[in-house]
Design a protein around this ligand. Sequence first.
Ligand code: ZN
Length: 149
Amino acid sequence: MSLNELYREVILDHYRAPRHHQHVDSPDGTAEGKNPLCGDEVTIEVKLDGDVVAAVGAIGVGCSISQASASMMAEAVDGKSRRQIDELIRKFKVMMTIEESDEQVVNTERPGAALGDLEALQGVRKFPVRIKCADLPWITLEQALEAAE
Ligand code: ZN
């Protein structure tokens, strides 16, 4: 199996069986995100315990990239502190913006390495229109966290 095939399998797995695809009891913060270009919609709910995400819900409809990204994002941030989440967001953004011509940088920094399943989304950056799909759950998460403060 090639790396691209592996990535596609991981994305389809999250799309077919999305994690945290349920409402959170009395959430501290909620945000709705839309990507009209693709018709993606995602609602993110967070419950905080101090500055730790104690529960996260990611519910939405849309393309496989947006919904898989929501599932992976929810899995990645569950149980994490605000600082850890900020670091995840930073790494995700770096991964999604590195150009093919920067292959040397990819090999040395390997920004995807610490991101687990999220690494599967790096193939998306070859398709700029779809980057908005992958970004949507993360932007919405940031809004939900802001609403919780
Ligand atoms: Zn989409």
